[in-house]
Design a protein around this ligand. Structure first.
Ligand SMILES: C[S@@+](CC[C@H](N)C(=O)[O-])C[C@H]1O[C@@H](n2cnc3c(N)ncnc32)[C@H](O)[C@@H]1O
Length: 164
């Protein structure tokens, strides 16, 4: 519903943020908060994140991408719907600046393994073993924690230079 996004944008007035979400009530809630807080560094796009990256974001322009609790699609036959796939990782590599950061978090261990494997397999990324992993907990995460779900944070740094 945007609580974490607001917190991050408030904590970093020096940066500009684009939040991408298709869930209407979440977008509405975030827009209300942006207005009530008077935030100037956060914009919201209600559209598919892949298309937004492909069509609205210039190559090599993003300093960072936060991917917090992407839908895990637990059933094996639905795994192909997961956002983090090799083609998505190549797209992200194209859009990030050299030195740019991807920070992903999930409470689904097997999806964490997939995220780890797919980013690690892309030569444009180097895994970071810490240092960038602080983030406020999302509402979704707080609920997961109450249910005892372990959360894994994964951070990758975009190498300098063009995508291989
Ligand atoms: C499991 S929820 C996590 C929400 C939030 N990040 C949190 O931690 O509370 C996943 C969210 O991703 C959104 N979503 C899934 N696929 C998307 C896509 N392709 N583009 C934009 N949003 C997407 C869903 O609408 C849903 O709100």
């Amino acid at each position: 519903m945007g609580e974490t996004t607001i917190e991050i944008a408030k904590a970093h007035p020096e940066a500009d943020f684009i939040a991408i979400e298709v869930h209407g009530p979440g977008v509405g809630s975030l827009l209300n908060r942006i207005e009530s807080e008077g935030l100037k560094n956060l914009r919201v796009v209600r559209h598919d994140a892949v298309e937004v990256l492909e069509r609205m974001v210039g190559d090599g322009t993003l300093a960072a991408l936060n991917l917090f609790f992407p839908d895990p699609w637990p059933k094996k036959r639905h795994h192909k719907r997961r956002l983090v796939q090799p083609a998505f990782v190549s797209l992200v590599a194209r859009k990030l600046q050299g030195g740019g950061i991807v920070h992903a978090a999930t409470d689904w261990p097997e999806y964490a393994d997939q995220i780890d494997a797919v980013f690690s397999a892309n030569a444009s990324f180097v895994k970071s073993e810490g240092g960038f992993t602080s983030r406020p907990a999302t509402k979704f995460e707080k609920r997961g924690r109450r249910l005892g779900n372990p959360v894994r944070d994964l951070v990758f740094v975009r190498r300098q230079g063009a995508s291989p």
